[in-house]
Design a protein around this ligand. Structure first.
Ligand code: PEP
Ligand code: MG
Length: 324
């Protein structure tokens, strides 16, 4: 069984009817990056930078961050890496004094891009480090917890200014650094048609999207099955986001835990998804699931999936999809 899976390291993530699905890795440690590379990941689709800030009570300076990002870029030997700007706050509390000591409702508080935009020096330092790393290989920048067009436009302007400054200072900088957004706040998903033109790519954060859409804490075990992507509202929103992105020719991935669960592969393929970003630990299982899928058949059954009225009918659809 394990041996069979291992053989898939050098095989494409291709459906039975010949469509290549892109598998990116979620990676943060050196080990993750090495594993992602060895398993044939297309690149790193989500590099969470929080861990640089969570370990100690001191902030990492520009050089410390630059070294981490450069090592990531070099480790992937020319495959694209997607660096997410700081997503502190809520479940990612820090000891550096960056986040507020007390928030009545931290999940709805000053977190993600909101914190970055409120702490100018902090954000510029991180952007400079990322922009310097772009001189060593292809880098994309991903903005977490976006809730409005304005926030994205503000980040774009800051990035452009930092690029100009870093070039001016004599560092090598990539010709283009694509800037994309996490779609994980329901408002951003719903308002997307109004600002998708600003985005170079999208990554759907189902961990938070599910939490905010269903008003169900992602870390509260007491909620049991209330926290689940198998809800008709989640599927419809995913379908809408993926459809708009594809219509506009913008790359779109899912980077929440959902993308790393092989049982959900037929569902995500039926909704039109062609890029997954997941931890290397389950990459081969997901690849195997993809290789067992007939994409045409699944897309033909997307209507039935979207008509499902409850969790039981969605699970029924999944069972009929045949794998897992
Ligand atoms: C998500 O919200 O789905 C996500 C990928 O980001 P994080 O789990 O870091 O919040
Ligand atoms: Mg998130």
């Amino acid at each position: 069984e394990r041996k069979q899976l291992k053989r898939l390291r050098r095989e494409p993530s291709r459906t039975l009817d010949g469509v290549d699905i892109r598998l990116w890795a979620n990676a943060e440690s050196r080990e993750d990056v090495a594993e992602a590379h060895a398993l044939g990941a297309a690149g790193v689709g989500l590099y969470r930078t929080e861990f640089l800030f969570l370990g100690s009570s001191e902030l990492p300076d520009e050089d410390a961050q630059f070294h981490a990002y450069r090592d990531l870029v070099l480790g992937m030997t020319g495959r694209t890496v997607t660096i997410r700007t700081l997503d502190l706050g809520a479940d990612k509390a820090d000891r550096t004094g960056l986040t507020l000591d007390y928030e009545p409702n931290p999940a709805l508080g000053l977190r993600g891009v909101r914190l970055s935009l409120a702490r100018e020096a902090l954000f510029d330092t991180q952007m400079r480090a990322i922009v310097r790393a772009s001189g060593y290989g292809p880098v994309r920048v991903l903005v977490p917890m976006l809730s409005s067009r304005e926030e994205f436009v503000a980040v774009r302007a800051r990035l452009q200014r930092v690029v100009d400054e870093v070039r001016e200072a004599g560092f090598e900088v990539a010709d283009a650094i694509p800037l994309g957004a996490m779609i994980e706040v329901p408002a951003a998903a719903i308002a997307l048609p109004g600002f998708i033109r600003e985005l170079d790519f999208l990554s759907i954060g189902t961990n938070d999207l599910v939490q905010y859409l269903l008003a169900a804490d992602r870390n509260n075990d007491a909620l049991g099955e209330l926290y689940t992507p198998l809800h008709p509202a989640v599927l419809r929103l995913l379908r809408d986001v993926i459809r708009i992105a594809r219509l506009r020719g913008k790359p779109v991935a899912v980077c929440g835990e959902m993308a790393g669960d092989a049982t959900f592969v037929p569902l995500l393929l039926a909704l039109g998804l062609e890029e997954f970003s997941l931890h290397p630990a389950t990459l081969l299982e997901v690849r195997r699931a993809i290789r067992d899928c007939d994409l045409g058949g699944l897309r033909a059954r997307a209507g039935a999936l979207l008509r499902a009225r409850d969790r039981a009918s969605i699970e029924q659809w999944l069972r009929q999809a045949g794998i897992a």
